[in-house]
Design a protein around this ligand. Structure first.
Ligand code: AMP
Ligand code: GLY
Length: 423
C-alpha cells in the first residue's frame, strides 16, 4: 500500500515513523514533510491545504491512502476533494471537522446533544462579552472562535485579565479574523485529559488516556502554548472512567454529528476536564493531538497503515488496540521566545548522543538541516520521547536525553508528568 501523509511537524514525523514500520506500507510519501521526515519518507513540496496540490500528489504517487495530520487541510476541504475522486482518506470531512474549526459551532453542538461543557456565550461585540465575563465573576476563559493554533485562549484568574483578553480580540483584533468572534466560558477546575478515539463514525477504538501540558512554565504557569509535553497512559485513569467518557461524550458526539448530516471518521480528540462533577469537554479536535501523538504512537503495537485504511474504507474491523506495557513520555524542546516571537536558525547540539539513550526516540517538530548540522526552525523544535517500564522511568530516560541537547535559549518544562504522578 502506498501512503501519503499530509503535514510537517512532530506529530507527522511520529505518524510517518510508525507507518514506516507497517509491512503493508510499501511506499511512504509526505507532503510537505520536513528534512527529518525525508530520512524515512519521500517528501513532496507543496501546500497540504490546497486540494489541487494534494490531488496531483496522489496521481503522481499512486497513493492508496492519504493520512491527514494537521487541521488546516480538513478545514480547507482536502478530505472532501479526495473522497470525491475516490481516494481513500483518513480524516473527517470539512463539515465534520467543524467540531474543531468553529468553537462556536462546537459549543452549540454540545448544547444540542447534552454533552457536558463549560457554560458559555458567543460574542462579536465587546459590551456583550464584558457583561457575561462579569456574571462569571472573572473566572472566565476567553477564546478566539476561529483557529489560532491553540494560542487564542486566555485562562483568566480575575475579571481584569478576562476583560483585557476580550478587548484584545474583539476591539484590537489581536488574532485577526480568528478573533472577530469569541467564546467566553466559565473556567472549569479539575484534571485535564486528552482522550482520543479512532472511529469510522460507528465503531470506536479508544487510545490510551494522555495528558498534555499546555502552559509554557513549570507548575502550569505562563501563557498557553501548542503543548509542551505529554504522557500516556495517565496513571490515575480507570476503565470505569473511560466507559463513562465513551458513553456520555464520545458516542453522543458521533451520533449527533451523524444525525446532523456530518458523519465523522478519523481520529476524534476530546480535550476533557475531569471535574468534581464528572467529565466535561473543553474542546474537540478533528485530528491527532500534538504532542500527545508522539508518546501514544511509541506505545501502540499495531499496524497503523492497515488501521487507517480500515477507517478510510468505513469498515473498522479491529476490535481492540494492543499496547506495549509500560508508559511513554514526550518532552517538547522549544526555541528561545516561544510561544511569542521565537528565534530560528540556532545550531542544535547533542542530538546523536541523546538518541542513543535507551528507549529514546526523537521526533522533529521544527528543524532544518544545513549540511550535517540541524538548525532550529520552529517554535516547538524537538519532541524527545521515551518509553519505559513505568512513567517515572520513561520520564527519567526522556529527561536524560533532553540534558544532552542544547542550543542558545532552548527551553523545556522540567515537570512533565509530575502532576499526574501526584495522585
Ligand atoms: P482550548 O484550545 O479550548 O483547548 O483551550 C486551551 C487550554 O485552555 C485548555 O487545554 C485548558 O488548559 C484551558 N481551558 C480551556 N477552556 C477552559 C475552561 N473552560 N476551563 C478551564 N480551562 C480551560
Ligand atoms: N495537544 C493539543 C492539541 O493538539 O491541540
Amino acid at each position: 500500500m502506498k501512503v501519503l501523509v499530509l503535514g510537517s511537524g512532530g506529530r507527522e514525523h511520529a505518524l510517518v515513523w510508525k507507518l514506516s514500520q507497517d509491512k503493508s506500507v510499501t511506499d511512504l510519501y509526505c507532503l510537505p514533510g520536513s528534512d527529518a521526515i525525508s530520512a524515512i519518507a519521500h517528501t513532496i513540496p507543496g501546500d497540504p491545504s490546497d486540494p489541487r496540490t494534494v490531488l496531483a500528489a496522489c496521481q503522481d504517487t499512486g497513493a492508496d491512502l492519504v493520512v491527514v495530520g494537521p487541521e488546516a487541510p480538513l478545514f480547507a476541504g482536502v478530505t472532501d476533494a479526495l473522497r470525491e475522486k475516490g481516494v481513500a482518506v483518513f480524516g473527517p470531512s470539512r463539515a465534520a471537522a467543524a467540531i474543531e474549526g468553529s468553537k462556536a459551532f462546537a459549543k452549540d453542538f454540545m448544547a444540542r446533544h447534552c454533552i457536558r461543557t463549560a457554560r458559555y456565550g458567543v460574542f462579536r461585540d465587546y459590551a456583550g462579552a464584558a457583561g457575561f465575563i462579569r456574571t462569571l465573576g472573572g473566572r472566565a476563559v476567553v477564546k478566539a472562535s476561529g483557529p489560532a493554533l491553540g494560542k487564542g485562549v486566555v485562562v483568566a484568574d480575575d475579571e481584569k485579565t478576562a476583560l483585557e483578553a476580550a478587548e484584545a480580540m474583539l476591539v484590537k483584533e489581536a488574532f485577526g479574523a480568528a478573533g472577530q468572534e469569541i467564546v467566553v466560558e466559565e473556567r472549569l477546575e479539575g484534571e485535564e485529559v486528552s482522550f482520543l478515539v479512532i472511529t469510522d463514525g460507528d465503531r470506536v477504538l479508544p487510545l490510551l488516556a494522555a495528558q498534555d501540558h499546555k502552559r509554557i512554565g513549570d507548575g502550569d504557569t505562563g501563557p498557553n502554548t501548542g503543548g509542551m509535553g505529554a504522557i500516556c497512559p495517565l496513571p490515575w485513569w480507570t476503565p470505569a472512567r473511560q466507559e463513562q467518557v465513551i458513553e456520555r461524550i464520545i458516542k453522543p458526539a458521533l451520533a449527533g454529528l451523524k444525525a446532523e448530516g456530518r458523519p465523522y471518521s478519523g481520529v476524534l480528540y476530546a480535550g476533557l476536564m475531569i471535574t468534581a462533577d464528572g467529565p466535561a469537554v473543553l474542546e474537540f479536535n478533528a485530528r491527532f493531538g500534538d504532542p500527545e501523538t508522539q508518546p501514544l504512537l511509541r506505545l501502540l503495537d499495531a499496524n497503523l497503515g492497515e488501521l487507517f485504511y480500515q477507517v478510510a474504507q468505513a469498515r473498522l474491523e479491529t476490535n481492540t488496540l494492543a499496547w506495549y506495557k509500560g508508559a511513554a513520555a514526550g518532552i517538547v524542546l522549544a526555541a528561545a521566545g516561544y510561544p511569542g516571537e521565537y528565534r530560528r536558525g540556532d545550531v542544535i547540539e547533542g542530538l546523536a548522543e541523546a538518541a542513543r539513550v535507551p528507549g529514546v526516540t526523537i521526533f522533529h517538530a521544527g528543524t532544518r538541516r544545513a549540511g550535517d548540522r540541524w538548525l532550529t526552525n520552529g517554535g516547538r523544535v524537538l519532541n524527545v520521547v521515551a518509553r519505559g517500564r513505568d512513567l517515572p522511568s520513561a520520564l527519567a530516560s526522556a529527561y536524560r536525553a533532553c540534558e544532552l541537547i542544547r542550543w542558545p535559549g532552548m527551553q523545556y518544562r522540567r515537570d512533565i508528568g509530575r502532576r499526574a504522578l501526584s495522585f
